[in-house]
Design a protein around this ligand. Structure first.
Ligand SMILES: Cc1ncc(COP(=O)(O)O)c(C=O)c1O
Length: 472
């Protein structure tokens, strides 16, 4: 697998880094900003990219260890994708997909997604990203049960530490408490269950017992709320932003069985796990052996080259959704940009590249090596756990490995590790006390070796700085 870019070296305008930094700080409200830092330090501007690398406005080059934000799966600077988008933008950049109108890339992509997805998922509802895909899904699920004459089935089961986005309903589905600090949520619609966290499972429980425990909790919650009041369960096959939490063996299949037995729809949020991150286009069936009623994807669908989300819907659910209403009634949901032609053209080219370059195969080959090599970092004082699967990995930093006690929040251990890595030419993602590694899917073994060497140094430097500041 090559890690060099396909982008030609063309003349590009020189950017005024200082002026851009100032404009950004003065006018751009960023998602997920810590204003205590932002107001003084502003942002690093990423201005260029190339294969596995990104470059900031000051000319510093970094290995991208987060694929932008779990999304640039085929790597940066793919001219082919840019050209496909430019062709579509100049041929027909936009026209409505409401009612009886469509466009070529949207139709082509819907058919391609139906081909790639588990065989019962043959219908696609487009949105603009992951949050809107999840939000739209819940609206459709409620509509589905209304149409079946079961309007009481409204509650959605989700899990603590789940991340499903930040539109109003998606943020309620999200179970990461800090994500909703000082924000309101639509609590009457969502109930959260325990996340599956093998590292922090109850003391003395085997993984199999832990699985039983989680399934029993699920069943008890269904009994308490009443299956007649529950519409769906939404879950990431592996939790991403909540800490790359891999459920115990058999968990998903057993939860699916409980859902089926109780007429609860199963929604897999594959915004991160689809499009190769776990070595398959979709992971629900290929990795976890489940057949969700609905799969949501975004991010890697277009490798982040254009905003796009898609909800893949089973034949059974579609049959209900597509039953005509009375005179004048239509399926009144969707967005101006549903099936945006330029985004769909980007996704089609992205999928073509993934197939041609056997990118899923690369993940299946290099992924286990990445896991194995990251695990060699466990000897560091602060590394309590190294977990994940394939190109979706995480380090959990702790103060004490035996007790798994966390460092104080003020120690900002995740930020420290990320900053030390960045100084050495690698961007990884800090999330509280965690560090996430979720690279473009074109990393090869040599890149893994370079990354692990950088992380080795970064973790040693972090331990030293934590000691210096009396946190260890
Ligand atoms: C599993 C999952 N679902 C949904 C979302 C939200 O996607 P977006 O930010 O495109 O709205 C994310 C984003 O990281 C995600 O990881």
């Amino acid at each position: 697998m090559t890690t060099t870019s396909t982008r030609p070296t063309t003349e590009r305008p020189v950017l005024d880094a200082q002026s851009l930094w100032q404009k950004d700080k003065d006018h751009f409200i960023h998602p997920f900003t810590d204003f205590s830092v932002f107001k003084d330090e502003g942002c690093d501007l990423i201005t260029d990219s190339d294969g596995i690398y990104v470059q900031d406005a000051k000319g510093n080059r970094f290995i991208d260890g987060i694929a932008g934000l779990w999304c640039v799966n085929v790597g940066h600077g793919r001219r082919e994708i840019g050209e496909a988008m430019a062709d579509q933008a100049t041929r027909m950049a936009y026209f409505s997909t409401f009612n009886n109108l469509s466009n070529a890339p949207a139709a082509e992509l819907a058919a391609k997604l139906a081909e790639l997805a588990p065989s019962h998922l043959n219908h696609v509802f487009y949105s603009c990203g992951g949050s809107t895909a999840n939000d739209a899904t819940i609206r459709l699920v409620h509509y589905y049960f209304n149409r079946l004459g079961k309007p009481e089935k409204k509650r959605i089961l989700s899990r603590n530490n789940a991340y499903h986005g930040t539109t109003y309903l998606a943020s309620t589905l999200t179970g990461i408490a800090s994500n909703n600090w000082e924000f309101d949520t639509l609590d009457h619609l969502v109930t959260h269950l325990s996340e599956a966290n093998c590292y922090r499972r109850p003391e003395g429980m085997s993984e199999a017992e832990y699985c039983d425990h989680l399934v029993e909790e699920f069943e008890a919650k269904v009994a308490e709320i009443g299956a007649d009041n529950i519409a769906a369960f939404i879950a990431e096959p592996i939790m991403g932003a909540g800490g790359v939490l891999v459920a115990p063996e058999g968990y998903h299949a057993r939860i699916q069985a409980v859902c089926r037995a109780n007429d609860i729809l199963l929604i897999a949020d594959e915004v991160v796990t689809a499009f190769g991150r776990l070595g398959h286009f979709f992971s629900s069936e290929a990795v976890f052996g489940i057949q969700p009623d609905i799969i949501n994807c975004a991010k890697g669908l277009s490798s982040g080259y254009a905003p796009l989300g898609a909800t893949l819907i089973s034949d059974e659910v579609y049959e209900v959704l597509s039953t005509p209403q009375g005179p004048g009634g239509v399926l009144s949901t969707g967005f101006t940009y549903s099936g945006h032609p330029v985004s769909c053209a980007a996704a089609l080219k992205n999928i073509e590249i993934m197939e041609r370059e056997a990118i899923c195969e690369n993940v299946r080959e290099v992924g286990p090596y990445l896991e194995q090599q990251l695990k060699t970092l466990s000897h560091h004082t602060t590394v309590g756990d190294v977990r994940g699967s394939h190109f979706m990995m995480c380090l959990e930093n702790v103060a004490d490995k035996d007790t798994k006690t966390l460092l104080p929040v003020e120690a900002r251990v995740g930020d420290r590790v990320a900053a030390e890595a960045q100084k050495r030419g690698l961007i990884i993602r800090p999330v509280g006390h965690l560090n996430i590694v979720s690279p473009p899917l074109i990393w090869n073994r040599e890149t893994v070796d370079r990354v692990v060497a950088i992380l080795d140094e970064a973790l040693a430097a972090t331990t030293a700085s934590l000691k210096e500041d009396d946190y260890l």
